[in-house]
Design a protein around this ligand. Structure first.
Ligand SMILES: C[S@@+](CC[C@H](N)C(=O)[O-])C[C@H]1O[C@@H](n2cnc3c(N)ncnc32)[C@H](O)[C@@H]1O
Length: 340
């Protein structure tokens, strides 16, 4: 007798943060088996996909793998893709009519990712003659085709944009983080109900908002820009978060007061500050090190790893982990630090 074949899923995440998601899954989902980790994707099986849909906050999207097979590199092979998809068992989805297919490809093929998506769409339409192609914004069912060299994965997206944008009417400032990235940072701070938590450069409050998903003692945030703090106040209206207009180089907080500092310092051209970035990091790091309790943790996303490294050594802090990321065309680093 053959074993029961478990449904395979994958979660997409910002490349570089795969192991943060893995940790979140292992801690939040009791029945989960990690199958494989690839750049930006964690493949897993579970009997608790509903728990994943409700509880995971670092993942951008969740997908169910519908089929995996080998596909050749030439245009003539695309008809095999259409045929294979046309013969898939997708019966319980036939109440929907507008669909969309996203495709990605890696390797040497003589077709584009658009031709790949088109071939998959032909397969869907052969299967469901009444379905029609929507757009990436207007659809009821969304599929993905991911081709890496000859290995093709065809999947169904289980989450819509409200999953990563938290189902809320939120406003974002120009340099706002994705909530899923903000969550990964919060997760790396190891949230505890006794935490006094601070984001000294909070912008529109994405990190603070993610922190409210877990029990906490106090949460404070601030930004030098009054207009940005108005957005943060709006976003955090019905929470216990206290938002201030302040200068992170001179925080109105007592020495050894804070358990966790999690922040996204300005980097690249996304935000202008009124002085040299190196000096800015120096002053802000002085303040972070001052307000943190001994063994307090700081999780910091910033553009220039080297500059911060110098400050971390100078202040006698220890770098527990560093994650190089790709974000908005830049390559910032996420650092997890501990005050000694
Ligand atoms: C990268 S953004 C933070 C974005 C935020 N994580 C969000 O999701 O909206 C950096 C923020 O640092 C703020 N900032 C710049 N200089 C500052 C200073 N001296 N004190 C406090 N905040 C400052 C900027 O106004 C900006 O909102």
């Amino acid at each position: 007798m053959g074993g029961v074949r478990m449904t395979l899923y994958f979660a997409s995440i910002l490349p570089g943060l795969e192991y943060v998601l893995l940790d979140e899954m292992n801690q939040k989902v009791s029945e989960v088996e990690i199958i494989q980790i690839k750049r930006g994707k964690v493949f897993f099986t579970t009997s608790s996909i509903d728990t994943c849909l409700h509880a995971l906050r670092s993942a951008d999207n969740l997908f169910q793998v519908l089929d995996q097979f080998q596909l050749g590199p030439h245009k003539k092979h695309l008809s095999q893709l259409s045929g294979r998809i046309a013969s898939l068992d997708l019966k319980d989805m036939d109440h929907n009519s507008l669909f969309w297919i996203n495709a990605s490809r890696k390797g040497k093929q003589t077709y584009s990712r658009y031709e790949l998506a088109w071939a998959a769409a032909e397969g869907i339409q052969r299967h469901y003659p009444n379905w029609s192609l929507g757009t990436n914004r207007d659809n009821q069912v969304e599929f993905r085709v991911d081709l890496e060299h000859q290995n093709l994965i065809f999947s169904l997206r289980l989450t819509d944009p409200t999953f990563r944008y938290r189902n809320q009417v939120r406003q974002f400032s120009r340099a706002a983080l994705r909530p899923t990235v903000a969550h990964s940072m919060v997760w790396l701070s190891d949230p505890k109900s006794t935490d006094i938590f601070v984001d000294p450069c909070c912008g529109s409050g994405t990190i603070l908002s993610e922190r409210t998903a877990y029990p906490v003692n106090q949460i404070h945030g601030g930004d030098i820009s009054e207009s940005v703090t108005r957005i943060a106040k709006h976003n955090l209206e019905h929470t216990k978060v206290k938002i201030n207009v302040w200068d992170a180089r001179e925080l109105p907080l007592s020495t050894n007061f804070v358990d966790k500092v999690v922040t996204n310092l300005p980097f690249g051209k996304q935000i202008s500050i009124d002085e040299d970035l190196g000096l800015f990091y120096r002053y802000v790091m002085n303040e972070i090190a001052r307000v943190l309790k001994p063994r307090g943790r700081a999780v910091i996303l910033l553009g220039n790893f080297q500059q911060l490294h110098v400050e971390v050594n100078r202040l006698g802090m220890v770098c527990l982990e560093a994650y190089p990321l790709s974000l908005k065309g830049l390559h910032p680093t996420l650092m997890v630090l501990e005050k000694q």
